[in-house]
Design a protein around this ligand. Structure first.
Ligand code: 6R9
Length: 619
């Protein structure tokens, strides 16, 4: 239990009185009241949000919400506002312009080079989106057609996403760090009819991609109204069997979750400048770079670069340059910057900051403290937001004006979310406990299915504990009711906030002809959180050489992407297996972590396998 270190987790961090006074939710009492209502009467709770977002009622409308989480009672389904009509682009742009925000900045774009920047207002974004929507239409894209997008962090990416939603075409964005092989697999699985991409020379040059074609087309494009349950987008996420899953989100529910979590969790007020450092190719970028901020009429920074270029002060330089009020980043970035020392941070003012957010993996209390005391000068509440590609938006998170934080805890559920901790037999645990983190009812933004494979959706998330959505994470509840997410309990690992399945990497390794067998485990890493440690058994007669290691790394880079490149590839004359042939990953994880006590190895078929692995282990 990584979190039970010293007395760190006993520390309490209440929001300051001055912050709470101005916040949307100012106290735990207020939160509890709103929360209770969101669970008791979901329709009454969410209806005003649907109205703010311009969702249109129709005579076709059925129940506000209808659902089943128990495969024994029929197919799993979740529907919010089925029959009502919505258009994401209309709510994000047209409505805000009608409300007088047209000249407000939607995005300050900050390029890879510090002097390379541009500004886009809501009106300008609207015009670009309409033009590009017409380009898509000219290319024959119609409502319901899926569009693949593979682009770097430039305003045109936001334009492309919104143009898709304007014409009712679901997008499927593939993170720019993925290889062509991964891109191909995702395009084929989602049967996209068109791919939007860029010529790839954006680092350090001003981006005007797609502009030339857009300049020649029509600026008028009426939004295509879609059913609230029509698909908004697919986003592929690693699956524990190796094959990525196309997580499917629909329009109305996702909009309500994106809008309300952004508003309450970041406590965004007019005039604030918000910055989420995530790439749009991940769910954090979808919900908290594009949709959440735009639905709220917010002004954001869109950042193309990395935290360490031109130097380790870049984040703080950007914060000062735009007077950023809310900063949302990942523990891996925080640890990386922490390693560089406090003096770089202190060179910058950072006075504008009001709320600091984190996402992607459990944050260790040391990094939390540094974020709070050094980056935020002890003055900013920290929101440690737990959620997943599947949940669409934050599900367990503090509210900055209400929640008394504990470093390392994601604290309490967002509105509409009912977390439960289950034991191995599926019994709900009460009070202080530890077990499987699950949810017992749907909130609007939960995924609806795995694209093209509803059975896989049911098996992955609902089969183990019928009646509950299973996150795949473990969690602990402490005596004060705080939830501490402890990390994945399936064969997934989290490298710098990117989820990967060990099976995905293993299948990539064994595709190399000279590899007979492989097993991949996670090893703790001071910056990345976890890194890949691979055990590789070569084919008989093949030598385990540096060239082979280099070839394997290259293969993984090419097949999956550079972020998946393993830190360690060790020679394994033979893998430790049980008599039934199951690889004992528990033992491999200990070897990878450099431990000498490997625990109970009595079930191993061949005891000597462990000794030879210990001899070849890498540090
Ligand atoms: C949003 C995102 C989801 C997995 C999730 C969990 C881990 C994310 C976390 C966290 C502890 C947090 N995770 N946020 N664990 N505390 N605040 O990251 O989506 O890429 O699908 O990853 O990330 O293990 O299950 P995704």
């Amino acid at each position: 239990m990584a979190h039970r270190v010293g007395s760190l987790c006993e520390d309490l961090y209440p929001p300051s009185k001055s912050f709470s006074e101005k916040a949307f939710v100012s106290s735990m009492e207020e939160y509890s009241e709103m929360y209770a209502k969101s669970i008791r009467e979901p329709a009454t709770f969410w209806r005003p949000t649907a109205e703010i977002l311009g969702i249109k009622s129709t005579s076709e409308e059925k129940d506000f919400v209808s659902w089943n989480f128990n495969p024994q009672k029929g197919p799993i389904h979740v529907e919010w506002l089925k029959g009502a009509q919505a258009n994401m682009c209309y709510s994000a742009l047209d409505l805000n312009i009608q409300r007088g925000l047209g000249d407000n900045v939607a995005f300050y774009w900050e390029g890879n080079e510090p002097e390379d920047d541009s500004v886009m207002t809501y009106k300008q974004l609207f015009v670009e989106v309409c033009k590009f929507a017409n380009v898509l239409k000219k290319h024959g894209v119609k409502k319901g057609d899926r569009v693949a997008i593979y682009m770097p962090m430039v305003p045109s990416l936001v334009v492309a996403m919104l143009a898709c939603t304007r014409i009712g075409a679901p997008h499927s964005i593939v993170f720019g760090g993925f290889s062509s092989g991964s891109l191909k697999d995702r395009i084929i699985d989602s049967s996209c009819s068109i791919l939007i991409t860029a010529d790839g020379v954006y680092r350090g040059t001003k981006c005007v991609a797609l502009k030339d074609i857009c300049d020649q087309v029509d600026e008028v494009c009426e939004p295509e109204w879609v059913d609230c349950e029509d698909t908004l987008f697919l986003l592929y996420t690693s699956g524990s069997t190796g094959k990525p899953k196309g997580v499917l989100h629909t329009t109305g529910g996702y909009m309500m979750t994106a809008y309300s979590t952004f508003k309450y969790v970041f406590d965004y007020h007019p005039g604030d400048i918000y910055w989420c450092t995530a790439d749009i190719g991940w769910i954090t970028g979808h919900t908290y770079v594009t949709y959440g901020p735009l639905l709220n009429g917010a002004t954001s920074v869109l950042f193309e670069g990395v935290p360490t270029y031109p130097d380790g002060g870049r984040f703080w330089a950007v914060v000062d340059k735009y007077k950023v009020t809310q900063l949302y980043t990942a523990p891996t970035a925080i640890r990386l910057l922490m390693k560089m020392g406090d003096s770089i941070v202190k060179r910058y003012s950072r006075k504008s900051l009001k709320v600091l957010g984190t996402v992607g993996e459990p944050i260790n209390p040391e990094a939390w403290m540094w974020y709070h005391h050094v980056v935020g000068d002890s003055g900013c509440p920290i929101v440690d937001t737990f959620w997943q590609t599947e949940t669409g938006g934050h599900v367990i998170t503090p509210l900055p004006g209400a929640t008394v934080a504990k470093p390392g805890s994601a604290t309490f559920p967002f509105f509409g979310v009912v977390p439960v901790i289950l034991d191995e037999n599926g019994r709900e645990l009460n009070g202080e406990c530890e077990g499987y983190l699950c949810f017992s009812q749907p909130w609007p933004g939960i995924m609806r299915t795995v694209f093209g494979d509803h059975e896989r959706f049911e098996t992955t998330y609902f089969k183990k504990f019928p009646g509950y959505y299973t996150t795949g994470d473990g969690a602990r509840r402490d005596t004060d009711g705080y939830i501490w997410v402890t990390g994945r309990i399936d064969d997934m690992l989290n490298v710098s906030g990117h989820l990967l399945s060990t099976a995905e990497v293993e299948s990539c390794l064994v595709e190399e002809q000279s590899v007979a067998e492989s097993a991949v485990v996670s090893r703790p890493h001071p910056v990345k959180g976890e890194c890949l440690y691979c055990f590789v058994t070569p084919m008989d007669g093949v030598a385990f050489t540096d060239a082979l290691v280099a070839a394997l790394k290259e293969r993984i880079r090419e097949k999956i992407g550079p972020f998946a490149c393993p830190d360690f590839i060790q020679y394994a004359p033979v893998l430790p297996k049980t008599r039934s042939g199951k690889i004992m990953r528990r033992v491999l994880r200990k070897i990878a972590a450099g431990e000498t006590n490997l625990g109970d190895v009595s079930t191993l078929a061949d005891q000597s396998s462990v000794e030879s692995l210990m001899r070849h282990r890498l540090d």
